[in-house]
Design a protein around this ligand. Structure first.
Ligand code: FA5
Length: 350
């Protein structure tokens, strides 16, 4: 074989072994096999050779050309593989067993107590009802024995829409619909009406540590033959002992609500100050939590139930205040603050 071919092959192999990346390799390809590359130039030199040398020289240069092309192809594949491996090695490692770095969401304290109350009442046979936030004057007042211009309306100033509807100031606004839904049909078949209906309420009032303009209540009604105040007290006591899981001091005092007769205020000893008096309980040591009473005959009648045959109780639990007491939240306004730092520390203790 011609000496120049052997030299060129050796030079090619040396350079090939020194390639680090695909760019280097492309340089070698152009340098040896390109239009002006050294192997291509050898072929061009053939025309200067004698005829008898041409054949052997041409065959050897072509062999070198094929050898160089195959080697470049092989090296290209190696370098590509190396590049992929390097990229994989430089990628951040993913350990799927590592616990998630982001924290999970949590329920709002009001949702927590609401769910707890729902569980308690459902276990006692109550259904849970959902009700609108925008209601009519009839639902919120008139069906509840509070006619237009009745002074009891002053205690619940709320927000009115231009069409005369209003944002409900009390969950009692659902009473009439619930009595009508279950009353006449179920009772006559011997099934008592037992329903709770939690919901958001709105009142146009100045806020302080225990009053918000937007808060939650949970209404409850039970109607059947011979329902009495003893039944009412039993359900209230069961609910409180389940929610707090400890003895809570409660007091029942007369309260006026046109839709119950007799009516009561059920207060609990303030759990923030232990009954000493603080801003959360308006310095009285007691917190109004759950007004209640025996449903007024006019309200039963308006709901399609005969008050001569049936009696019932109703209560309006202040869910937002219950959450304050259960979780030791001193200021009711923290519950609407949207502050995750304040709100995400509470967990369900079910
Ligand atoms: C009522 O709303 C009656 N509908 C409750 C009722 C139902 C009585 C059935 C008889 C029978 P009152 O306005 O007192 O009542 O509100 C009930 C409870 O809601 C209060 O005891 C209190 O816990 C809560 N509450 C009332 N106003 C606010 C407020 N501005 N901020 C936070 N909680 C409030």
């Amino acid at each position: 074989m011609d000496e120049r071919i052997l030299q060129l092959k050796a030079e090619f192999q040396k350079k090939l072994s020194e390639t680090r990346d695909l760019l280097d390799l492309d340089g070698i390809r152009v340098g040896f096999l390109g239009k002006k590359g050294s192997i291509t130039s050898l072929l061009k030199e053939m025309k200067e050779l004698a005829v008898e040398q041409k054949k052997a020289f041409g065959a050897d240069v072509n062999k070198l050309k094929e050898f160089a092309s195959a080697e470049i192809e092989k090296r290209t594949a190696e370098l590509k593989q190396k590049q992929i491996e390097m990229e994989i090695r430089s990628m951040p490692r993913l350990d799927i067993t590592t616990p998630a770095a982001c924290s999970c969401g949590s329920y709002h304290p009001i949702t927590l107590v609401q769910r707890q109350c729902e569980t308690i009442f459902k276990s006692m046979g109550f259904t849970v009802e959902d009700y609108a936030e925008v209601v009519t004057d009839y639902e919120c007042f008139e069906s509840l024995n509070i006619p237009k211009h009745h002074p009891a309306r002053d205690m619940q100033d709320t927000y009115y829409l231009e069409n005369g509807q209003l944002l409900k100031s009390q969950t009692s606004a659902a009473q009439n619909a619930i009595l009508r839904k279950y009353g006449p049909g179920l009772i006559q078949n011997g099934t008592p009406v037992r329903a709770i209906f939690p919901g958001r309420c709105f009142r146009n009032e100045a806020t302080d540590a225990c009053h918000e303009n937007t808060f939650f209540q949970m209404e409850g009604v039970m109607v059947d033959k011979d329902i009495s105040i003893s039944n009412l007290i039993y359900f209230m006591k069961t609910m409180l002992s389940e929610v707090f899981r400890k003895d809570i001091k409660v007091r029942l005092r007369p309260g006026f609500f046109p839709f119950v007769e007799p009516g009561f205020e059920l207060d609990i000893s303030c759990l923030i100050c232990g009954g000493e008096g603080c801003p959360s309980c308006k310095h009285s040591g007691w917190l109004e939590l759950c007004p209640c009473g025996m449903i007024h005959p006019n309200v039963l009648r308006e709901g399609g139930i005969d008050p001569e045959q049936y009696t019932g109780f109703a209560f309006g639990l202040g869910l937002t205040r219950l959450a304050m007491m259960k979780y030791g939240i001193k200021d009711i306004r923290d519950l609407n603050s949207g502050s995750l730092r304040a709100l995400s520390q509470f967990t369900d203790d079910e």
